[in-house]
Ligand binder design. Structure first.
Ligand code: PEP
Ligand code: MG
Length: 557
């Protein structure tokens, strides 16, 4: 075994030693109690000692961490210091003769259920209890602590898959690349890797068999993991990594055709980072952050405050605000129904406004007021538009709030195929390739097993992009792409060739996309677009396009 292949989801090449993410802590057996001759008090005391160890470890890690990661670690350390769980577990050992690890498991279930019954903020703490439980069980059974390992030297993190909680504590200064055996191109691992600018390969079967400490060369574009690379290969990677890398704030092809390079932003902090990275505006402002983890919709005033902060980071520039996209992988208790059999095909995106029209009305009002208080050029769009009727109704609601530029996200194949009439009504389209791919290929975007279907290079997806641009052209409506596809420099050239005039991505990708576009004339983009969209398979299209873009190799992309 010298090379393992997976799906490349975040470009870049890097070299480093492999460190394995520990496997999830398994549930201790319910049958195994303490052996008859054991001293129950001594066994119970081990739980208290384990809790002290766990807390000390979390404190050490929190002291070294920053931002969200620090907050997560501190919250978990606090929970580990809380005596409720330890006392209840110890009682199960002394009273019932339970094994300490099983006692911790059962006591944690009780504490979590109690917190959940309180609802709101307390219910969210149930997750911290599960985290502390796993750490205690690992300590008691001599396993490595769960979560991203800590090391003194940078490493390539290899895991089954990463959960959102793991990603909060991941230190980008220490982790060189992410490689997972599971996960798809729009999994948390992939999205996080692109946001952090780390090369990443997912769905790499066999990667868990690599020995810890083995040196590997990860190629996040090709989707390969090369074991024990030669000194020459390592030197080449290092030389590319050392080059200067910034975006000058002007997206264009080699022959000067303008392509707006915009940022995807999820909250005010992200807006500041996007502005600092030179983004020419915001092509997708996801407003869900205002609504998540809440039991009812935020007030109009509260929303105005949040939106204004984002708009103020881009005076004189375009900011495309997307109205709330709840449902499917983003459930909201006050808006969506968790009992749906097929949530990705259910009441999500704009469809929630049929059931709860006031939430949309309030949000549009808040966006309009925030726009009045800032100098950004505010555009508004709705997620999951499927029909011309929906597009017309949305434009009308926007106009009623004084929002004059109203568009649609093209994420449902029907909207792409009916772009002619959809874009007679809507003023612009932004293609969400993450969902468009999921729906075009009928493949759940979160399932690693379907990663090869869930690939925006699929000719079926690119033909829908072409259909959208063709439908928009007679009305002179601009079409952008704001799905993850826009962050792939090779695919960016294809999208431009298909007729897309703006690309919105994680700010980290701006410099690479800008550099590859600046090296590629527009007529080459058109040729590449035909090669990819008319290809027989995704792999053939990608290979044909990459072969025509030698700049990718030069930049190590
Ligand atoms: C998309 O579907 O491509 C998109 C940008 O929206 P989200 O990823 O938020 O569903
Ligand atoms: Mg979407």
């Amino acid at each position: 075994m010298t090379e393992i292949s997976g799906v490349g989801v975040s470009p870049g090449r890097t070299v480093g030693p492999v460190v394995r993410m520990p496997d999830p802590v398994p549930e201790p057996s319910a049958e195994a109690g303490l052996p008859g001759e054991s001293d129950r008090d001594e066994a119970a005391a081990r739980i208290g000692k384990a809790a002290e160890e766990v807390r000390a470890d979390l404190d050490r890690r929190a002291a070294k961490a920053e931002g969200d990661g620090k907050a997560v670690l501190e919250a978990t350390a606090l929970m580990a210091a809380d005596p409720t769980l330890v006392k209840s577990a110890a009682k199960r050992v002394t009273g019932q003769g339970a094994a300490p690890e099983r006692a911790v498991w059962d006591a944690a279930a009780e504490v979590a259920a109690m917190l959940e019954s309180l609802g709101g903020y307390m219910a969210e703490r149930a997750r911290d209890v599960a985290d502390v439980r796993d750490r205690l069980v690992a300590e008691l059974t001599g396993r490595p602590a769960p979560g991203v390992p800590t090391r003194d030297e940078p490493f390539v993190l290899v895991a089954h898959d990463l959960a959102p909680a793991d990603t909060a504590t991941l230190d980008p200064a220490l982790v060189l690349a992410l490689v997972t055996a599971e996960g798809g191109p729009t999994s948390h691992t992939a999205i996080l890797a692109r946001a952090l600018g780390l090369p990443a390969v997912v769905a790499a079967t066999g990667v868990l068999d690599i020995d810890e400490g083995t040196t590997v060369l990860v190629d996040g574009a090709a989707g390969t993991i090369l074991l024990d690379p030669s000194a020459e290969q390592v030197e080449k990677v290092k030389a590319i990594a050392a080059r200067e890398h910034t975006f000058d704030g002007r997206g264009r092809t080699a022959d000067g055709r303008e392509v707006l390079l915009l940022a995807n932003v999820g909250d005010p902090k992200g807006a500041a980072a996007a502005a600092a990275a030179g983004a020419q505006g915001v092509g997708l402002f996801r407003t869900e952050f205002c609504f998540l983890d809440r039991s009812e919709a935020p007030s109009i005033d509260e929303q105005v405050e949040s939106y204004r902060t984002v708009l103020q980071a881009f005076p004189g520039k375009k900011v495309v605000v997307r109205t709330l996209d709840a449902g499917a992988d983003k459930p909201l208790p006050f808006l969506t129904n968790t009992d749906e059999a097929n949530p990705a095909l259910g009441v999500r995106g704009i469809r929630t406004s049929g059931r709860s029209p006031q939430v949309l009305e309030d949000q549009l009002e808040a966006i309009a007021r925030a726009a009045q208080q800032a100098e950004a050029d505010v555009w508004v769009m709705a997620p999951m538009i499927a029909t011309t009727d929906e597009a017309e109704a949305f434009v009308e609601r926007c106009a009623a709030h004084g929002l004059g530029t109203a568009g649609v996200m093209v994420e449902v194949p029907s909207a792409a195929l009916c772009a002619d009439s959809v874009l007679a009504a809507a003023h612009f389209a932004s293609i969400g390739t993450n969902d468009l791919t999921q729906y075009a290929l009928a493949a759940d975007r979160l399932m690693g097993e379907l990663a090869t279907l869930n690939d925006p290079w699929q000719p079926g997806v690119l033909r829908l992009v072409r259909a959208t641009c063709d439908g928009a052209a007679p009305h002179s409506r601009p079409v952008g792409v704001c799905g993850e596809a826009a962050a792939d420099p090779a695919l960016a050239c294809v999208l431009v060739g298909l007729g897309v005039s703006s690309l919105s991505m994680t700010p980290r990708a701006l410099a690479d996309v800008a550099e590859v576009l600046a090296a590629t004339p527009y007529d080459t983009c058109i040729r590449l677009a035909a090669a990819a969209a008319d290809a027989r398979t995704a792999a053939e299209g990608r290979a044909a396009v990459r072969a025509e873009l030698p700049v990718l190799e030069e930049l190590g992309l």
